[in-house]
Every structure is written in structure tokens, then in C-alpha cells.
Ligand binder design. Structure first.
Ligand code: UDP
Ligand code: MG
Length: 156
């Protein structure tokens, strides 16, 4: 068990479909702490870095166009095992295969329009935090309900 930070992007399809608030509220109600948040417009260069593992795929040009044409919401969530917890809430890449109850399972029918991104490992999360946020854009505030979200032996 370890306190982790992870990155979530809410993609342009979620903005168009009025899902931003509903998606965000799922992470809030789970007990994840929001430690950074902003709207950004991804540049093609940033997209190539963010999707470096996919730049050679046939669908990449469409993915880049989709992710850079309109603004997205980027936020950082903190919690015990946050990377894994958030990926579970998000669901698998192909929304048609994603479990009901996950964001993708409940709100999308698509792989290329799957509403959300989340870091897939602790290392990726670290790289994504640096990619999207300056140090002063992350906040180390005291969440007063922390004692009710975690037991004594779960806080560090
Ligand atoms: N993607 C796509 N077609 C594919 C695979 C991926 O359009 O066949 C898009 C999809 O939006 C996905 C993103 O590329 O969310 C990143 O792919 P990755 O394999 O990293 O999936 P994720 O981590 O988002 O589940
Ligand atoms: Mg990924």
C-alpha cells in the first residue's frame, strides 16, 4: 500500500456530451483527493509525447486530431494505490468491453471516443504529472475528511 498520485484527462467527447461533471464526481465520491486541475489544449507535440506508444499505429493521426482540436480537462488525484484504483474506475480501453459501473462502461460505446484517460502505472503517472503540471500547480492541502476516508494504518 502506498500513497500515489495519478493523472486523469477528460477528453473532448465528454465535453461535447456534457459528461465532465458526472465523470469528475465519480472520483470525488470514491475518496480520491484532487491535488491539481486545469483545462488545456494539447499541442500535436504534446500528443506525440503523451501517446508515444501509439504514434506508429494507423489510428494515431485521428487520435492526435481528436485530442488536439478541442480543450481537455487534466487533473491529478491522490490516494492509496491511486493508479490502480483510478484505472479500475475508468475501465478497459474499448468501452464496449468495459464493465458496467466503470466510466467507459457507463458512458461510451467506443475505443476512439472513450471519454477519459488515466495513467497506467506509477512511472507513467510521474511522467504525466511533469508533462502537464508545473510544481506550483499541484497543491498539498489538508483534506479534513482524510480520517474518515482512511483508517489509522492506511494514511502513509
Ligand atoms: N485508441 C484508439 N484505437 C485503438 C487503441 C487506442 O483510438 O485501437 C485510443 C483510445 O482513445 C485510447 C488511447 O488511444 O484511450 C490510448 O490507448 P491506450 O492503449 O494507452 O489505452 P488506455 O490507456 O487509454 O486505456
Ligand atoms: Mg494508456
Amino acid at each position: 500500500m502506498a500513497m500515489e498520485k495519478t493523472v486523469v484527462l477528460i477528453k473532448p467527447d465528454a465535453f461535447q456530451r456534457g459528461l465532465v461533471g458526472r465523470i469528475l464526481s465519480r472520483f470525488e465520491r470514491k475518496g480520491l483527493k484532487i491535488v491539481g486541475m486545469k483545462m488545456v489544449k494539447m499541442s500535436p507535440g504534446l500528443a506525440k509525447e503523451h501517446y508515444a506508444h501509439l504514434v506508429d499505429k494507423p489510428f494515431y493521426p485521428g487520435l492526435e486530431k481528436f485530442m488536439t482540436n478541442e480543450p481537455i480537462l487534466v487533473f491529478v488525484l491522490e490516494g492509496q494505490e491511486a493508479v490502480e484504483v483510478v484505472r479500475k474506475i475508468v475501465g478497459v480501453t474499448n468501452s464496449r468491453k468495459a464493465d458496467a459501473g466503470t466510466v467507459r462502461g457507463d458512458y461510451s460505446m467506443s475505443t476512439g471516443r472513450n471519454t477519459i484517460h488515466a495513467s497506467d502505472s506509477i512511472e507513467t503517472a510521474r511522467a504525466e504529472i511533469t508533462r502537464f503540471f508545473a510544481p506550483e500547480e499541484l497543491f498539498d492541502y489538508n483534506l479534513k475528511v482524510w480520517d474518515y476516508i482512511y483508517a489509522e494504518d492506511e494514511k502513509e
